[in-house]
Design a protein around this ligand. Structure first.
Ligand code: Q46
Ligand code: ZN
Length: 300
């Protein structure tokens, strides 16, 4: 097989698209996929200021790189989780990426607030990923709100989205299915629009892009990632994809196109909108938001 664009020797083979690309043609192909998702989902325009959540992994750094190359106005946000060497390396990669390209970066270090994930998890007896999810989501909204951003982009890719969809379907979580979409508009004055411009590019495609663009990203996984249920779903989907290339893309794309609107229509207005946390003013479904409830357990 030759590069489908220029017939040169290919470096990237995409079975899902029945295509191969040389380096020079793959990079713009990937960026076009991202641009298409941005425009078809009406995610943002080049006039918007987009805050990009960057963990230091390949997906978020590839996303930031693609957005900058496509001419979007961006700043990075790194939430450091205080997970030993993993967090230190992640922060270093993000800071170097921003510095080398002269891009603005905000760093929010949970350890500075006494909220390093390992300590929070052991004191509250919560699973580390559950505590991490609560603290990260809060930090994203809070930092974006305080710094006046209206849009937050995250690097969730097709594999993440497919695994999430499979998990939601296996348990028929209709409320979650109604809210699983690549653009989530704010439902509270302190919330920002959340966008996922990589939802239609696979983890392999993103890794190939990061590699060909020379992006230096953190390769090691978070030590708490192992054993997550999502990984089981990803493995199952990988096996299906190997036997039937393109299934993941069709699964997610057709869900967004046909099924998700039906779930959304059956859950009018996505349930009751959040109210304001009495302690911090951020979105809450109770008197306190999930973040402040966690703080109350830490310091009753
Ligand atoms: S960083 Fe946090 Fe992930 Fe680590 S503790 Fe779990 S949720 S696995 S994306
Ligand atoms: Zn609160």
């Amino acid at each position: 097989m030759r590069c489908v664009r220029c017939r040169a020797r290919p470096e990237v083979y995409l079975r899902a698209h029945n295509a191969a690309f040389c380096r020079a043609c793959y990079i713009p192909w990937f960026q076009r996929q991202v641009e298409r998702t941005l425009t078809s989902g009406r995610m943002c325009t080049r006039d918007d200021q987009v805050l990009v959540a960057v963990s230091g992994g390949k997906d978020s750094l590839a996303l930031w790189d693609a957005l900058v190359t496509l001419g979007y106005r961006t700043s990075g946000l790194h939430v450091a989780q205080g997970i030993g060497g993993y967090s230190a390396t992640s922060r270093e990669k993000v800071e170097r990426f921003a510095r080398d390209r002269g891009l603005p970066l905000l760093v929010h270090d949970l350890a500075d607030e006494g909220l390093a994930i390992p300590e929070v998890a052991s004191t509250t007896r919560r699973a580390p990923c559950s505590a991490c999810g609560t603290l990260k989501r809060y930090a994203f909204d809070r930092v974006a709100h305080v710094h006046g951003f209206a849009i937050l982009a995250t690097g969730h890719n097709l594999d993440d989205e497919a695994a999430r969809l499979l998990g939601n379907l296996l348990r028929w979580q209709t409320t979650h299915l109604a809210r699983q979409r690549p653009v989530l508009d704010p439902r509270h004055p302190t919330q920002v629009r959340k966008i996922r411009p990589l939802v239609l590019v696979s983890e392999y495609e993103t890794a190939a892009y990061a590699f060909l663009r020379g992006i230096d990203y953190v390769v090691e996984e978070c030590p708490y990632a192992e054993g997550a249920t999502q990984l089981l779903y990803k493995e199952a989907l990988d096996r299906i994809e190997a036997g039937s290339p393109g299934t993941k893309l069709a699964f997610v794309r057709e869900f967004f196109r046909s099924a998700q609107p039906l779930f959304a229509a059956s859950e009018p207005a996505d349930g009751a909108p959040p109210r304001s946390c009495t302690r911090c003013g951020m979105p809450a479904f109770d008197e306190l938001c999930a973040h402040c409830r966690l703080l109350r357990v830490l310091a009753p």
